[in-house]
Design a protein around this ligand. Structure first.
Ligand SMILES: Cc1ncc(COP(=O)(O)O)c(C=O)c1O
Length: 268
């Protein structure tokens, strides 16, 4: 099962399911232009900034937008940025899949824009990026699935992306946010005409009002340890991921000789 797991994903959480049952889509059946959706957006962003603050300080990023997961933020980034860009081997493939013009690098080149996930998609671990001077597009999709650990944002970071898919298993609800220092060239005009998903702001707000950012990690970390001990694996910083250098998992290697394994469901 470990070897054949197609995705990395969190377990389904009954507490999350219960909360979802309480959210009515009709609660956000607003007339566009009456500022109700923009009001919700403002409050969800305020809440989110504080919710993640112990991990990442977004105070330099004055603008924020709701997106359909981190993936939609990537779509908008690739649609609007013509500069050469790079990513590290093993990182989230989507920007390269849709644009086919990134360079896959083992080591950073000092000029090109860097798309990078932190915690890193290749292992689920936090990485240090502090002295990077490149323009950076930072994908923090794994925040909500880790303990609280500070991320230093490289100084030329232009966008920071977030997701609710990972820690809470809300993959199909497509909840995400992207923060920018300048108005986003495509998302800003959409925000101005209240064209974003009103229900996802409700979902994100409900989650943040009921759970801390490290809640799921804390719930599952002992199980993660037990599974890792039992199968001789190394726990990742992300609670549903384990790592192994065993050649048995060779196909799942993403970074050097480290295989990324999803342990969701292994304890059942
Ligand atoms: C680094 C990274 N970013 C983004 C995503 C996708 O997130 P979302 O469901 O929010 O689009 C993934 C999913 O695998 C990922 O690994």
């Amino acid at each position: 099962m470990l070897k054949n797991s197609r995705w990395v994903q969190s377990p389904i959480w009954p507490e999350v399911e219960k909360l979802l049952k309480e959210i009515k889509i009709s609660d956000t059946y607003y007339l566009r232009g009456n500022n109700k959706a923009s009001g919700d957006l403002k409050s969800v962003i305020e809440l989110h900034r504080n919710w993640v603050k112990s991990i990442i300080d977004l105070s330099e990023f004055s603008y924020a937008y709701i997106t359909a997961g981190a993936t939609e933020a990537i779509n908008h980034w690739r649609m609007t940025d013509k500069r050469p860009w790079q990513y590290f081997k093993g990182d989230y493939q989507w920007p390269q899949i849709i644009s086919q013009n990134g360079s896959e690098n083992k080591y950073l080149n000092s000029k090109e824009v860097l798309y990078v996930s932190n915690p890193a998609c290749s292992t689920g671990d936090f990485i240090s990026l502090k002295d990077i001077n490149n323009p950076v597009i930072l994908d923090c999709a794994y925040i909500t699935a880790t303990a609280i650990k500070k991320i230093i944002i490289p100084k030329n970071t232009e966008q920071v992306m977030f997701s609710f898919s990972k820690g809470f298993g809300l993959i199909g609800q497509r909840c995400g946010l992207v923060y920018t220092k300048k108005p986003h060239s495509t998302l800003e005009p959409l925000n101005k005409v209240e064209c974003f998903n009103y229900s996802s702001s409700k979902i994100m707000k409900t989650i943040m009002n009921n759970f801390t950012v490290d809640e799921m990690y804390n719930k599952y970390k002992n199980t993660q340890k037990e599974i890792c001990n039992k199968y001789d694996l190394i726990p990742s910083d992300t609670y549903f991921i384990a790592k192994s250098t065993d050649p048995f998992y060779k196909k799942l290697r993403r970074k050097n000789d480290i295989a990324r394994l999803c342990i969701t469901g292994i304890d059942k």
